[in-house]
Design a protein around this ligand. Sequence first.
Ligand SMILES: [Zn+2]
Length: 302
Amino acid sequence: MWKRRWFHVLILALVFIGGAFYWLVMESDPLGEKPFSLDIAAIRHLANSMPGDKPSEIRVERIASFTFPAAAIMAGDSWTQQTLPANSYQLVFPDRTIVIDSAMSQEQANAMGTTSGFDDAAYERMSKGLRAASLILITHEHPDHLGGAAAIAPQVIAQLRLTRQQVDNLDRSDPVTFPKAALSGYQPLEYDRAMAVAPGVVVIRSPGHTPGSQIIFVRTANRNEVLFLGDVAWHIANVREVRERPRLLTMAMREDRSEVMGELAALHGLSLAEPQIAIVPGHDGQVIDDLVEQKVMIHGFK
Ligand SMILES: [Zn+2]
């Protein structure tokens, strides 16, 4: 009799563990999707609203890489290992440059303990690019995006425009910290839904992955259009299949999963309606390689 009882307990435990595993690791959909509007006509209008030349080049540096199983990038995917590069982007105007995201330093990468590769020469070129930039924009307050700027904060704080929400949530960039003095009297970027920050460059609030996440739209002088997603998606598969990271990671990173799912749905709709717009997820090396091949991006900062 006791044997049968233990057998039932074992079956129940397995069902519970199986259900928990499915919910935490395999399943993508949230209980509700928060609608996200991506009005491309309004975004283009903003991109054209500032007088002056639009950027003539978009350059990219691959600073570091992480290795994660595909199942960590998109719930329900395989367990094969994937490389996730941490990049920095440079918009080249006739008279100045803008940098989007700053990856991280070797020291910060070591502190995160998850990197599998680091390019010292690329990091040096990026740091030089950050110091020379007229404006530095960060997609979101995570260490692998703002670390490079934080590492040389006193030299770049005047051109670094963190948003109000990014400054208010800098605890999320642990283990990267900003020297307190660098942020005293700091004037963050404040805007409601979207704003032009330079000719052809528009920031779009997209909270969810972090409270301070923003998508950055760039329209170049030769009419290429690129959406830098930050980590709304790590890989383009998240947009194609409208599937999130596993719930376990959402919980660990304190994401608002409903907001991210709404953004993925809107991006998927846009990718079907306007397939010529290049969608650049936070860590998809193949997407970057393809854009370099298509001459939408150029390897290496100026
Ligand atoms: Zn990231």
